[in-house]
Design a protein around this ligand. Structure first.
Ligand code: ZN
Length: 259
């Protein structure tokens, strides 16, 4: 599932390729992709318009339409925007296609259709209606400490709670805990440990972005390239442990992420 770094890569692609081109046609191939908008309203909002900016908040993307409205995108599990140069081959699971006047097109590919396309007048209102908290990369340290301290539950589900911090998913939460030496089952972390975790989250996300969200390019000291059932800790060689926490598979090192 795309997490903050992957969604940011999608944003950069959209910003580079899809802006400032006049839209001449919108084809909705599968209405299940639409979220609180009819095909007709979406077509009306986009026809003859251009996209003018692309922003990201957590795992959400917003494309501004030059009318002032915004297209709200969520990639879900398998969604991905694909830019097609003139007569480019369309991806197999295209659920929505936008054609531009110059012959290029934008396809929204989504095998499993957990992605969403909607319209909003304000990204801010959209986010607050859905209870989505501050973006992990924009969040202030004090806000993070306030959100995480005094909680009785395990730390990992709190990191996955998009209402507390938006953008982390299962993989980057595991990585941040691994780099911080914190067990995903840890509870009631002291302030210094939370401060360390906050800095590590920033560092992990920025490192991934610097690698274009490509796991193969991450430093070898990272968990993600080793995060599989036979994986060993790149720091101390211990066999990684795999457990379920709140229904999600977590990997951690029992040696340096002690409970
Ligand atoms: Zn270790």
């Amino acid at each position: 599932m795309p997490e903050l770094p992957e969604v940011e890569m999608a944003r950069r692609l959209l910003e580079e390729k899809a802006l400032h081109r006049r839209i001449i046609a919108i084809e909705i191939r599968d209405g299940r992709i639409l979220n609180s908008v009819s095909a007709q309203d979406l077509q009306r909002a986009l026809a003859g318009r251009q996209l003018s900016s692309a922003i990201r908040h957590g795992k959400r993307l917003f494309l501004q339409i030059d009318s002032g409205l915004w297209l709200a995108l969520h990639l879900g599990l398998t969604g991905w925007p694909v830019f097609l140069a003139e007569s480019g081959a369309e991806p197999r699971h295209t659920r929505l296609r936008i054609d531009f006047e110059d012959g290029a097109a934008l396809a929204f590919d989504d095998l499993r259709i957990f992605g969403e396309v909607g319209l909003t007048e304000s990204p801010q209102a959209f986010l607050s209606q859905r209870g989505i908290g501050p973006d992990a990369l924009q969040m202030e340290r004090e806000a993070f400490l306030a959100a995480m301290s005094g909680r009785k539950g395990k730390i990992k589900p709190a990191l996955l709670d998009q209402g507390l911090i938006a953008g982390l998913g299962n993989l980057y939460a595991d990585e941040a805990l691994f780099q911080s030496g914190i067990c995903p089952q840890a509870r009631c972390l002291k302030r210094e440990r939370l401060e360390g975790l906050f800095c590590t989250i920033q560092e992990v996300l920025r490192t991934s972005l610097a690698c274009n969200a490509d796991f193969e390019k991450l430093p070898d000291s990272y968990l993600l390239p080793h995060r599989h059932p036979d994986g060993t800790c790149p720091r101390d060689g211990a066999a990684l442990k795999k457990i379920k926490i709140a229904g999600r598979t977590s990997y951690y090192c029992p040696l340096h992420q002690k409970e």
